[in-house]
Design a protein around this ligand. Sequence first.
Ligand code: ATR
Length: 299
Amino acid sequence: MPTKNHVKISKEITGATNVYGIIGNPVKFSLSPLIQNTVSRYMGLDNVYVSFPVEDGQLEQAIKGAHSLGVRGLNITKPYKQDVMPLLTYIDPLALKIGAVNTLKYEQDGYVGYNTDADGLYTSLLQNNIDLTNQDIIVLGAGGAARAVCMMAANYQAKSIYIINRTLENAQLLANEVKKHYDIDVYILPTGRCEEVPDKAICFQTTSVGMGTSSDTTPIGDCEFFAKLSVAVDLIYNPFETLFLKKAKQSGAYTINGFGMLIYQAIKAYEIWNEIELSDKDLKVLITEIEAEYIRMNV
Ligand code: ATR
């Protein structure tokens, strides 16, 4: 421990350092600062990334203020992913289809909005050698995350999408959104009829069921359903293996948790901000190291 008369000169942050951050409420527990600062150190760029908690009703001022201060890029998380959209100068077409923005890039006249969730998830699939082309996709849930999954699946030429949701009306609304943008077969099912899905489907679990106090539950309990899955993806990463993934694995499916998506959506934002593309080798090194640190933090 340095004593008071022992001064350690800090050179990491200088007058030239570019500032990035995340806006949300709450943001105290976000892993984004750890991920983004690790990527910057690894890539050797003079960037720093901090969290900005923004209270209800303060979003517009926060975005204007950040722009005036020259904050080069921002991530947007709950509850502002939709509310931020009218405050931007331009929104990328994929983000418009998803109906939410999670990444802002500084431009002279304002921020441009992107959504990197779908691309982050897609990269996570590619890293696991999963190809969506001509595959039957099942989506559990019909909220914002489900919408990103559906648009990704349709965009990457899946054969069909089965949306299974507790509230069928919400599944219908999501199906309508997908059909507005893509010519793909979309079916909706209530949870009680989940076994009516095709064999060897790729299933994405997008609800919050399986997290925290619900860690001993799944949105679907049916064994017949799990037997139909070739691949099961849970967007949850805490716990690392949800009961949904355990059941799918027991039934023979290949399983993927949400950690890859978390890392890759962050890296996609990093690539947009810095106008660079990380190599496959860099991606693998970064996910291995960050995942190991995350596991150390949670033991
Ligand atoms: P997000 O933006 O993270 O996707 P959301 O928009 O609130 O969150 O959507 C949550 C989804 O999880 C919804 O599809 C919700 O089902 P309903 O449409 O019936 O509300 C689903 N969900 C949440 N809690 C659930 C539970 N306990 N059982 C089943 N589905 C649940």
